[in-house]
Design a binder for this molecule. Structure first.
Ligand SMILES: [Zn+2]
Length: 427
């Protein structure tokens, strides 16, 4: 059961990334001023700490030539596409990717989807991978060859059915996945021309009216996983709003969901979930709910200062915001969004972002292999999951290649005042 939950979480994160990457970059006057006045943070690999200053010598231990955090980020992003290429199936048309170099599956459509997300992200960050227009066109043709006109879906060889995920749940996951493929192909400049059937989209409209939306949200009230239900709620609402837009009508669902989510935020912590919710899940929930709803629909964000306190309280002395990649990336996102709203503890937020570089750039990345999603244990190899890590430990994988740079995006946003995902009213 636990594995199944984990697997679903991974798939949901995976699908969420496409939306994030399509946002436009926005450089403001504020950024130019900021770049001139910014504090330089450096990593000391000897102390395992981060310090501020022009002088590259660590004030604690005397280690010389400590690199700047931002330069380290640039260095890692520059070499990132090489890792993606090492996971590509070389003797097929462009677009076939494996989960990792030694993955058992010959290829996976989801690995290809992740790689294209990574391509879009690196392009947006100013590190465009060296792909020709022909290669991109070939990639689109590859994706289209996976589209099944009978089901209206692009599927994957993932053994979801063996894990008990089948029927409508299975169909719903791949419906979202197929829609996301269209989004990321468009972002890459090679729009696909397959169509997701409208009746299939309507079949999974969980928020079809206010009563249905209320019943669903109320059933989540005491679930100590706001990250999980937050992502489902965002997906449900987005699907419903698209249906309304297609039909050219409006109803009260959007306003109702807005009110419900506002009312269920805890004013003392700025977070969602019952008291027993682990702090890292609650902060991750803030990320999902704010990113997936507040910023999409332009709702004002509340309890900003208390939320900043909560997110900063989560970080430990090693820079970590939680046990896995997601918790770190999610907390950085929330801090970026909140810092945009206020000057409250902004120096603490900068320092926290710089300190998290120890976790992201050192712990989750190795120069020889790139970013990995897993450290020191054989995660996700049970039950036939496509074996992200067949050798058990620390192998770079395509998922992380596309995922970890997001953490770098938000670190840069915090430290440089960049605004990679502007608020709706600023777009
Ligand atoms: Zn030191």
């Amino acid at each position: 059961m636990k594995i199944r939950k984990l697997l679903l979480s991974v798939i949901i994160v995976l699908l969420a990334i496409g939306g994030a990457i399509s946002c436009k970059r926005h450089t403001s006057k504020k950024l130019q001023e900021k770049e001139e006045s910014q504090i330089i943070y450096r990593i000391c690999d000897s102390c395992q700490d981060v310090f501020a200053g022009e002088d590259p010598t660590c004030p604690e231990c005397g280690q010389e030539q400590c690199p700047e955090v931002l330069e380290e980020m640039n260095r890692l992003l520059t070499g990132l596409w090489d890792y993606a290429e090492s996971m590509r199936v070389q003797d097929r048309p462009y677009g076939y990717f494996r989960w990792s170099r030694s993955a058992y599956d010959e290829y996976s459509t989801m690995a290809s989807y992740m790689a294209l997300n990574g391509y879009n992200l690196l392009s947006r960050l100013g590190y465009p991978p060296p792909l020709s227009q022909n290669q991109l066109e070939e990639w689109r043709e590859t994706a289209e060859s996976w589209y099944n006109p009978e089901t209206g879906l692009i599927e994957d060889s993932l053994p979801l059915k063996r894990l008990g995920i089948s029927g409508s749940e299975y169909e719903s996951i791949f419906l979202l996945y197929t829609q996301r493929w269209l989004t990321i192909l468009r972002t890459a400049g090679v729009p696909g021309d397959f169509v997701v059937p409208k009746n299939l989209i309507q079949k999974y409209d969980v928020f079809a009216d206010v009563d249905q939306a209320r019943a669903w949200l109320d059933s989540m009230k005491n679930v100590p996983n706001p990250w999980g239900w937050g992502s489902h709620a965002a997906r449900n609402l987005s699907r419903h709003q698209k249906i309304l837009a297609d039909q050219g009508r409006e109803d009260g669902v959007l306003d109702f969901v807005h009110q419900w989510i506002d009312e269920n935020q805890n004013p003392e912590t700025g977070l969602w979930g019952p008291p027993e919710t682990p702090l890292h899940d609650a902060v991750a929930g803030h990320f999902k709910i704010v990113k997936g709803m507040y910023l999409i629909y332009g709702w004002p964000i509340h309890y900003i200062e208390r939320t900043i306190d909560s997110a900063l309280r989560l970080q430990d002395s090693t820079g970590s915001f939680g046990p896995g990649p997601c918790e770190n990336f999610d907390a950085l996102y929330s801090l970026y969004v909140l810092k945009r709203e206020t000057d409250y503890r902004s120096d603490d937020i900068d320092r926290a972002a710089a300190l998290n570089a120890l976790e992201v750039l050192r712990y989750w990345h190795e120069d020889e292999s790139g970013f990995s999603f897993n450290r020191d244990s054989a995660l996700l190899t049970v039950g036939g999951w496509p074996q992200l890590m067949p050798e058990g430990i620390n192998e770079a994988d395509i998922y992380s290649m596309a995922h970890w740079p997001m953490a770098v995006v938000y670190m840069r946003a915090i430290l440089l005042g960049e605004d990679p995902e502007p608020k709706p009213d600023a777009r």
